[in-house]
Ligand binder design. Sequence first.
Ligand SMILES: Cc1cc2nc3c(=O)[nH]c(=O)nc-3n(C[C@H](O)[C@H](O)[C@H](O)COP(=O)(O)O)c2cc1C
Length: 175
Amino acid sequence: MDLFEVVSTRRSVRSYADKPIPEEILLKVLDAARLAPSGSNRQPTRLIVIRDRMRINALVPMCTNQSFIAQAPIVIVGVGKNLPNNRGGYMGHYGVLVDTAIVMDHLTLAARAEGLGTCWIGAFDYEPIKTFLKIPEDWNVVALSPLGYPKVQAFKPTENRIALSEFLIDEQWPE
Ligand SMILES: Cc1cc2nc3c(=O)[nH]c(=O)nc-3n(C[C@H](O)[C@H](O)[C@H](O)COP(=O)(O)O)c2cc1C
């Protein structure tokens, strides 16, 4: 599938079919996420792949009861390690959020290319998830996503975005 079609039809999927993901497709999508760039190529991100039904169900109340998460056969948790030093600029330790967000974005796009749905889950209870998944102190939960085949046709052209003219700024911030 053409990249621009992937980008323009990826949507947040909040309803999943009861259908397993073939292992080779899953690995292909996860490997695309692995190829994401990171600052200084430090690769401070890991993806926790959760297939255990009980564990997925238990995550729902830690994600503000977003119950559709438990419809998916797999839940991915993107975690990023604290960076020991600032690599310049104002970003500082927030760099780990940037690196992990890029990995998650690669994941969402690769999933779309394979007909799989994702939904970035940013509303979650940080400490309970860390404890539940036994995530070490110096690793941060950045985002979760269900991964599975959409129950209904979900991939539609994205329309609810600001216009390109509003999105782009010419040369410098306007007075
Ligand atoms: C940082 C971030 C956090 C989000 N958190 C949630 C969430 O907790 N639950 C949810 O259903 N969608 C969540 N979303 C999905 C957005 O609502 C969605 O991407 C946005 O409305 C645009 O719709 P689209 O993804 O279908 O294009 C999140 C998206 C981002 C980027």
